[in-house]
Design a protein around this ligand. Structure first.
Ligand SMILES: O=c1ccn([C@H]2C[C@H](O)[C@@H](COP(=O)(O)OP(=O)(O)OP(=O)(O)O)O2)c(=O)[nH]1
Length: 470
């Protein structure tokens, strides 16, 4: 059976995808940036009149991500999109979700660097406003720069396609017309400028997709969890594909593979969302599992009972925390460490992501330019990777937007507990709060511990640490 977007939405896609961070295979640049932009569509905006305005699937789309909160006066009025602006060095110059305006507009206007010569990755075909700003800003004016967009159906159309009432038919016709008009305007803007414009679907290469796997349904936890866990339901991502594209020249022959890759992408992001849909706990309440591995002087050696009945609010977990953790996981997939990918996202006091980093060798280095062995490979010191690899937090610090920003009350969200090398520099750059995963000393002979890493510094330097045990 071949997977189609329709059966993804219905929860029948059969796919098996390795979603761990520790894969040695790195994803391609383009895949990373497109996945990041897709995931930005699901940034959890607060419950607002915006959501009341869009009933049906639209509201459902967001419902799983909402916590019960007072309506915010800062209601976004644009439809959800995600965008990533990537500079010539291949780093994220800006990453945005929809606010009052589209994500692409926000990216173009918030990037601290000169956006000339940047690539722009969009979760959907752009509107004319996004396109004219991109043209004016000089995105893609430099050689070989492009706008990449994901072939998703417009939300408005997807919404009415599931409903066949007459009034919806009129709405659908209007939306089809609007989409057509927009496409023409965008193409005209593009045809007068040196812009390249590419439909792009990422490849998630980490494990085979077979026909038997049903994505877990995070909204139906086990009985035991129902009584103890208070985590809000995981979002269900149901992206519809833009079927009209099948008729486009050059695309129709490749349509089956485009549909399959589209379905895989949706399935992979659903699996990731479900994976991180666990309860968070503050550092003080965690450690039972690691006590035996920790030394007596370790910050992680104390044990308290874990209280699974605490709400996110009681734990102090920000609304965006699970979203940022998935984003960090996707970033980790771009690592060039042969053993472990680590991803970091910095989040400011308004919940804005102002940097994304992953661990790896210095940019533009070639495979085998540097040693790649790990501590447990029993090799000479010269063959070890550690002196050459930049940690994900270090890259994220270098890649902040704007450079050097010390965001007050900023968080680092990172897929591995910050090490003794990173914690002091995070602190010196003004970061005092951390959301992470406890991947900590597996025992007293853990290779990291033998190399002198205690992981105590982070506990002393951060004023808040929240942990997801995944
Ligand atoms: O805060 C951190 C800690 C580590 N890393 C990266 C660096 C390296 O690419 C990988 C593993 O580094 P670590 O120092 O934890 O060594 P290890 O656990 O002994 O690794 P290995 O088993 O690969 O030898 O994770 C980060 O990005 N951030």
């Amino acid at each position: 059976m071949s997977a189609t977007p329709d059966n993804v939405c219905a929860g029948h896609v059969h796919a098996s995808i390795d979603i761990s961070c520790s894969s040695a295979t790195r994803i391609r640049n383009h895949d990373l940036f497109m996945l990041l932009s897709l995931w930005m569509e699901f940034y959890p905006v607060e419950q607002t009149q915006y959501h009341e305005h869009f009933a049906g699937d639209f509201a459902d789309h967001f419902a799983g991500q909402q916590q019960q909160q007072e309506p915010s006066p800062r209601a976004p009025t644009a439809l959800p999109t995600g965008a990533v602006l990537v500079d010539a060095m291949g780093k994220v110059a800006a990453i945005e979700h929809t606010g009052e305006s589209h994500a692409a507009v926000r990216c173009l206007l918030s990037a601290a660097t000169d956006v000339k010569g940047c690539d722009l990755y969009l979760s959907r075909f752009p509107c004319s406003l996004c396109t004219k700003l991109a043209v004016q800003a000089g995105v893609i004016a430099a050689h070989q720069r492009k706008i990449y967009y994901f072939p998703a159906e417009r939300w408005e159309l997807a919404q009415v396609e599931n409903d066949s009432s007459e009034s919806d038919e009129a709405f659908r016709m209007r939306e089809v017309e609007r989409a057509e008009k927009n496409r023409k305007t965008v193409m005209r803007l593009v045809s007068n400028n040196p812009i390249a414009f590419t439909l792009f679907i990422p490849q998630w290469d980490h494990g085979d997709i077979d026909d038997e796997f049903i994505p877990p349904s995070p909204s139906k936890p086990s009985k035991k969890k129902q009584t103890t866990q208070v985590t809000p339901a995981a979002p269900k991502l149901s992206w519809p594909i833009d079927k009209k594209l099948e008729q486009s020249p050059g695309i129709s022959r490749r349509w089956p593979i485009i549909e399959l890759k589209f379905a895989r992408t949706v399935a992979a992001l659903n699996l990731l969302a479900a994976r991180y849909h666990v309860q968070a706990r503050p550092l003080g309440e965690w450690t039972r599992r690691y006590r035996e591995g920790a030394g007596s002087g370790d910050a992680f050696s104390s044990v308290e009972e874990i209280d699974l009945s605490k709400t996110d609010e009681q734990v102090g977990l920000p609304l965006w925390a699970r979203h940022a953790m998935v984003l960090a996981h996707i970033a980790a997939k771009r690592t060039d460490d042969p053993k472990l990918g680590v991803g970091s996202v910095f989040v400011d006091e308004e919940g804005r992501y102002f940097s994304v980093g992953w661990n790896g060798y210095p940019k533009k280095s070639q495979h085998l330019d540097y040693p790649q062995a790990g501590a447990d490979d029993s090799v000479e010191y010269e063959e070890l990777k550690y002196d050459y690899i930049l940690h994900s937090e270090q890259n994220a610090l270098l890649w902040r937007n704007p450079p050097g920003i010390r965001a007050k009350e900023a968080w680092v969200v990172v897929t591995k507990l910050p090490c003794d090398e990173c914690s002091p520099i995070l602190y010196d750059c003004g970061i005092r709060k951390c959301i992470t995963i406890p991947q900590l000393p597996k025992g007293l002979d853990d290779p990291a511990r033998l190399r002198g890493l205690t992981y105590n510094r982070v506990a002393g330097l951060m004023k808040e640490i929240l942990l997801f045990e995944v």
